[in-house]
Design a protein around this ligand. Sequence first.
Ligand code: DX5
Ligand code: ZN
Length: 216
Amino acid sequence: MDTLIAPSVLAADFANLQSEIELINDSTADLIHVDIMDGVFVPNISFGFPVVDAIKKHAQKPLDVHLMIVNPDQYLKAFKAAGAETITVHLEACQHLHRTVQAIHELDCKAGVAINPHTNVELLRDIIRELDTVIIMSVNPGFGGQEFIEHTYEKVRNLKAIITASGSSAKIEIDGGVNMENAYKLIDAGADILVAGSFVFNAEDPKATIAKLKEL
Ligand code: DX5
Ligand code: ZN
C-alpha cells in the first residue's frame, strides 16, 4: 500500500493559516493532521474549535484530529461537528477505551488510538480489531520539533505482528520527529501513515518535501 502523508498544522504559520492549508491542498499530502493539546494531558496548549473550524473551511483533504486531552469523550461530538474525519484519542487518557472507540464510530468517524513512547503495543491487542488507526508516538507528545525516538521501529514491527495475527485492518501512523532519514525505515518496519510537522513546514519548499516523503 501507498504510504499516506499527513502534514501537521502545528508547525504551520498560524498568522497565514489559509495559505498554509492551501499549500497542503495543492500538495500530494493525503491528510491534514490537527493536534489538540489541553495543557493537562500534555504540558502545552495548542488551539481549539475556532481554529479547527477555520482549518476545515479551507481544507480539501480529510482532517486527522489527534486529541492530546484528558476526558476526550465529552468533546467527540464537537470535533465531529468541526469536521474531523478521524478522531484519535490517547490510550493513557481513557478509562474506558472501548467505549470511547464505539462513541467515535457512532459519530461516523474513523477511530484511532495513540500511545505514548512508554506504552507497550501489547495493550492494544484486545481492541485492535475495532480500530482504524493506531498512532505510535515517536516523541513525547506536547511539542513539535523534537528528536525521533529510535525504539519506535521495534514498536512498529511488534504492532504490525499484532495487526496481522488478529486480521485487523488498522493502519499504523507515526507521529513525531519524522524526517527523510527515518521515514523509509519506518515504512520498512510497517508504517502506513507518516505525520510530519517541522520537517515539512520548516523546509524551504514544503510541497516538494511532502512529495519526497510520498515518493519513498
Ligand atoms: C506532537 C504532535 C505532533 C507534532 C509533530 O505532540 O502530536 O503531531 O506536530 O511535529 P514534528 O513532526 O515537528 O515532530
Ligand atoms: Zn499529532
